[in-house]
Design a binder for this molecule. Structure first.
Ligand code: BG6
Length: 256
């Protein structure tokens, strides 16, 4: 453990919760940057938080992609099939590899819980023209409506430049992210240190204004290297539940 006994995780959870006005903060011990086991525990805790939010039947859950969400999906279970729950990807075509795509994670979550899912097939790096014509497709319009009807969103948080690199964002965009002060990334939006949205990936699905209307926004992210990014997304101010690890939480506390 990184913390001395006198200053426990529960106290740290409470401090973070109060500071950012969150409903709930869950911290798992350790550093998921350094240990695959801790990342697994982060996924398990994320799955528990999501299960709690999904209590009511007929929930629509929008899920983001990433390796942390993949861990959440692999720990999601349900004793009785959740037939009325729908899993949908939060946004399409962010340039992730298949295993890390929101579509893949939404379908895994549905399979693990006995729920339903719908996929959003959108190519990466949409041009404005392609975007406009996609939005006229009936199939796309329907799934977009389902996504925007979501009451719960569960997402990871990444370091802006790490995410830009992983998604093979072009050099010009990378430069502008740097000059705009992008520090954090979540669901295809980039945030600066103050939590202001400075850039969005050109794709369709949930808009930032949909996130702001959402009943429950659950962020799951850990590892010492993500502390600053998590702080930036919390400053944005629309998270309800944070599931993180001790190493990230200690970094967050330094920024509060
Ligand atoms: C992306 C999500 O797929 O994964 C983002 O859209 C998130 O919300 C990112 O920032 C985090 O990835 P990981 O692998 O660090 O959990």
């Amino acid at each position: 453990p990184l913390l001395q006994d006198a200053f426990g995780l529960t106290e740290l959870e409470e401090r973070i919760r109060n500071h950012y006005g969150l409903k709930q903060v869950i911290i798992v011990p350790g550093d998921s940057d350094a240990s695959a086991h801790v990342k697994m525990e982060l996924g398990r805790a994320g799955a528990a938080a999501l299960r709690k939010a999904m209590k009511e039947a007929n929930a629509v859950v929008a899920v983001a992609g990433g390796s942390t969400m993949a861990e959440v999906a692999s720990h999601l279970t349900s004793a009785v099939p959740m037939k009325g729950v729908w899993f949908v990807p939060a946004r399409g075509g962010l340039g992730e590899s298949v295993e890390l795509q929101a579509n893949t994670i939404a379908s895994t979550m549905a399979k693990k819980t006995g729920g339903q899912y719908r996929l959003l097939h959108v190519p990466d790096h949409l041009s404005e023209e392609a975007y406009q014509s996609l939005m006229l497709e009936t199939g796309i319009v329907e799934i977009i409506q389902a996504i925007r009807a979501a009451r719960i969103v569960v997402h990871g948080i990444g370091d802006a430049m790490v995410m830009a690199k992983r998604r093979k964002v072009d050099e010009a965009t990378r430069q502008s992210l740097v000059s705009e002060g992008a520090l954090a990334e979540a669901f295809g939006y980039y945030f600066d240190r103050q939590g202001r949205v400075v850039h969005k990936m050109p794709t369709i699905g949930l808009r930032i204004e949909d996130i702001e209307q959402m009943e429950t926004v659950i962020g799951v992210a850990g590892g010492k290297s993500k502390g600053e990014a998590i702080d930036a997304v919390l400053r944005y101010g629309h998270e309800d539940v944070l599931v993180t690890d001790e190493a990230a939480a200690l970094q967050i506390a330094e920024h509060m």
